[in-house]
Ligand binder design. Structure first.
Ligand code: H2P
Length: 828
């Protein structure tokens, strides 16, 4: 039979003309074919957007081909697979990244050229896939790229939101949020799998039934929704392996509402069905308080239920029993958001597969690992018991049972220490009885990872101290990383070619350790010249963008000083703005001789504020108000400019980061779990001005404190400074700049009053305490900038020392120490 199958397969392969070809003529034919038959436009006349659509479909064909091969190969080898569960992925654009990873960018550029188009212009037509908020979501995207590149057998799972992260529109300096209906223009990067769908149940009741002499729990749901798979291929670089990010969309189920149809209430029945699709429609902006929001909980369960059903189905396709389940399956919880997967695996193994509680529990404890991205207790997710009991009654029972067993085990170890037992319990008693998702994740996971070394210390000594004392072996950390494919090769082609030229190889794109070779050339005048030229071109590109966006002309001779990230009090964009006001004030009070010594700066700030976060929104408005004053002051000219870049997203970051000279990472020590923006800037040879927080501490070890500008209170100093509260002595300059805001130098004094009160009152984030050393670090940066040779050397050493912060390193570490998976490389 297999010989017959083979002959058939060979004939079909022949009919298909073998694998797709990548020479210029084949690519041109392919693009034109898609113009005519996919986009349905005339191949004799199509515009840039249509060219993008056709090009994307042509690339997609190649991705599908590789995806198939990869899956067939994985199925044959049956390795242990990792399933990465995350509610957020910030993928950005796919085109450039895909063709670079496939190794056919130049071929496509040439093919497009022959057809009268320019690759860069066509690539600009693509919108961002913004299915996430900030660092956590972009980290998932970087990790998917590394997982594919390093040939690991992996599936990513998430939600296919119809509305991505809101678009930030600024009107009169105020942030407004607009929906991001990113699928409006189609999405050529996904493959709809109509046949891959699962029913997901909600509400209802749980009954006990005797089946085959056994007491079984039977959940009779009140609502049924269908989860349909959309597959997004993720190509690795320098390999044929192409893995899949499977995103679920909610569709009405045929099983739902038969009753209403039968009772004749047709219109309402249809409308009700339609509403079910809302489950996957909106990404929640990061306001860190989803508590009590039913839709959010529905989203979490919807995505984990479909994923877990898919995982078990795949396992059962090739295994007749569950003996090997823990040897073949690793499930990674990206933060607590997917933690309901634990209860879902238990439910399916106990209620559906009838493995019995103990056996199922043993498996759960072997397959789950958990990474937390949170530093503060307030950031930890809780689900009100009432909500869970109505939405997922069976899961609540399971969580109660898990907790009961855990408490019993704990009592045996620690006795009746009720304080401790109640702190460690998965259930929080109190006004609103809740499930502590982090406790659930810790109890059921074999490994709990932090995202930087200092973060892991904070977990062990503060946030999860009790758990650490109970299970010290569970606690680890994997320092975050970012992919050099996206953050150098795609976004900074000039630097990429320069590195390859000086290293004599492109191998660093897969083997980041090679970057250290640049250290040997850090003082070479030829490299300096070329290095500065690359930066100059990137600054020109950024200056053009700034002008197009805001009408503001900036000088590329000025230092481009950038702070881009989510707007949050702990990230201290306000400290940056206060520093800018101080700089402005100083220049205004200088005579012309002193002004000649001023290092001109273009200060760039960008980031979104969560829609309900008033203070963050005021910070944006303040930035605009200060910018207006400074930029309109002809007396200041090019000495100082301030720009707020609206709607910061992945593709804007790709433009901003390569063009930065200096980048700021100002979080109050002890607040940033890791920080990954700094790593992207570092790779691009920007100097960092930063506090000793999160991963910066590890960056210092790699490139040395001499090659960056550090400032601010250290972690151990923070509590004492906080104790002092309003009685803390702050520099005069600090009081002066705050007074300028209060007195209305920038208008809106009433509106900014509460902002000023927060930093002159309790000042939880210690802006006053850190202001003096912040200004010193800024002055040090100015001083070095004048010495371009020194600056360039530091810049080269920054890139050279950035290798440890490649997500390839993070992923290798996870694969070996947490997931226990091996590369599985599909032959070319
Ligand atoms: C968060 C943390 C960062 C961390 C990132 C990825 C939640 O991202 O705060 O410190 O680097 O996860 O682990 P962000 O603040 O950017 O949303």
């Amino acid at each position: 039979e297999s010989a017959e199958k083979r002959t058939k397969a060979e004939r079909m392969f022949g009919l298909l003309d073998g694998f797709l070809k990548n020479d210029s003529i084949s690519l041109q034919k392919d693009i034109l074919h898609h113009v005519a038959y996919t986009v349905a436009r005339s191949p004799f006349s199509f515009d840039d957007f249509e060219a993008y659509q056709a090009l994307a479909h042509s690339v997609r064909d190649r991705l599908i081909e590789r995806c198939h091969d990869t899956q067939i190969y994985f199925n044959n080898k049956d390795p242990k697979r990792l399933y990465f569960l995350s509610l957020e992925y910030l993928m950005g654009r796919s085109l450039s990244n895909s063709v670079i990873n496939l190794g056919i960018r130049d071929q496509y550029a040439d093919a497009l050229n022959q057809l009268g188009f320019e690759f860069e212009v066509v690539a600009e037509q693509e919108g961002d896939a913004a299915l996430g908020n900030g660092g956590l979501a972009r980290l998932s995207a970087c990790q998917m790229d590394s997982l594919a590149t390093l040939d690991y057998p992996v599936w990513g799972y998430g939600l296919r939101y119809q509305y991505g992260l809101f678009r930030q529109v600024i009107v009169d300096g105020f942030q407004h949020e607009q929906p991001d209906y990113w699928l409006n223009f189609g999405n050529p990067w996904e493959i709809e799998r109509v046949h891959v769908s699962y029913t997901v149940k909600f509400y209802g009741t749980v009954k006990e039934e005797l089946r085959n002499g056994e007491n079984c729990k039977v959940w009779e749901p009140g609502e049924i929704v269908e989860a349909v798979a959309y597959d997004n291929p993720i190509p690795g670089y320098g390999t044929r392996n192409t893995i899949t990010l499977r995103l679920w969309a909610a569709k009405p189920s045929d099983q739902q509402d038969m009753e209403s149809y039968n009772t004749g209430d047709y219109i309402n029945a249809v409308l009700n069905r339609h509403g079910l699709e809302n489950i996957s429609s909106i990404l929640y902006p990061d306001d860190r308080s989803y508590q009590g929001k039913e839709l959010r909980l529905k989203q979490q369960y919807f995505f984990v239920s479909a994923s877990v059903q898919d995982i078990i189905r795949r396992f059962k396709d090739t295994h007749s029993n569950f003996d090997e389940f823990p040897e073949k399956v690793a499930l990674q919880l990206n933060d607590t958001h997917p933690s309901l997967a634990i209860a879902e695996v238990m439910r399916l193994l106990v209620d559906v597969e009838h493995l019995g509680w103990d056996r199922a529990w043993d498996m759960v404890c072997k397959i789950f690992s958990f990474t937390t991205h949170t530093v503060s207790r307030e950031g930890l997710e809780k689900i009100p018991v009432d909500l869970l009991s109505s939405l997922l009654p069976r899961h609540l029972q399971i969580i109660y049972d898990i907790n009961f067993n855990f408490m019993e085990e704990l009592k045996k170890r620690i006795g009746l220490d009720y304080d401790r037992l109640s702190r460690m319990s998965i259930i929080e008693e109190g006004a609103v009885k809740s499930i502590r998702m982090a406790n659930l994740a810790i109890v059921c996971s074999h490994t709990v990872n932090g995202v930087s070394r200092v973060h892991s210390e904070l977990l062990k000594t503060r946030l999860f101290k009790d758990f650490y004392e109970h299970w010290p072996h569970k606690f680890h950390y994997k320092t975050n990383g970012v992919t050099q494919r996206r953050w150098i090769v795609v976004s900074n082609p000039g630097l990429s070619s320069l590195i390859s030229k000086w290293l004599g190889t492109e191998a660093w794109i897969r083997n980041i350790d090679l970057l250290t070779v640049l250290q040997e050339h850090a003082s070479d005048p030829d490299l300096h010249r070329e290095w500065k030229m690359v930066k100059k071109v990137n600054k020109m590109r950024l200056a053009e963008y700034i002008e197009a966006m805001s009408g503001l002309k900036v000088s590329i001779d000025a230092m481009f000083d950038v702070q881009t990230k989510r707007i949050h009090e702990y990230k201290r964009q306000l400290l940056n703005i206060l520093g800018i006001i101080h700089r402005y004030d100083c220049i205004k009070n200088m005579d012309s001789k002193d002004r000649k010594r001023v290092v001109p700066r273009v200060c760039i700030i960008g980031g979104k504020a969560a829609p309900g976060y008033e203070i963050a929104k005021k910070i944006i408005k303040l930035c605009y108000a200060v910018a207006e004053k400074i930029n309109d002051d002809s007396d200041i000219g090019d000495l100082l400019k301030l720009v707020f870049i609206p709607d910061y997203n992945v593709s804007v970051a790709e433009l901003v980061i390569p063009g930065a000279d200096l980048s700021q990472h100002l979080s109050t020590a002890g607040h940033e779990a890791s920080g990954t923006g700094s790593m992207k800037f570092l790779m691009n040879g920007c100097l960092l001005l930063a506090t000793e927080d999160g991963s910066t501490i590890e960056i210092i070890e790699e490139i040395g404190a001499d090659n960056m500008f550090l400032f601010g209170a250290k972690l151990h100093e923070v509590p004492a400074l906080r104790e002092e509260g309003p009685s803390l002595k702050v520099p005069l300059q600090f009081s002066r700049v705050v007074r300028m805001i209060r007195e209305g130098h920038f208008g809106y004094e009433d509106y900014f009053k509460s902002l000023c009160d927060t930093i002159e009152g309790r000042d939880h984030y210690l802006l006053g305490a850190d202001f003096g050393s912040y200004l010193e670090a800024q002055a040090a940066a100015d001083k070095v900038f004048v010495d371009q040779e020194k600056w360039t050397r530091m810049s080269i050493l920054s890139t050279a020392g950035s290798g440890r912060f490649s997500s390839d390193k993070t992923i290798e570490d996870y694969a070996e120490k947490t997931w226990g998976i091996q590369p599985c490389r599909c032959p070319l």
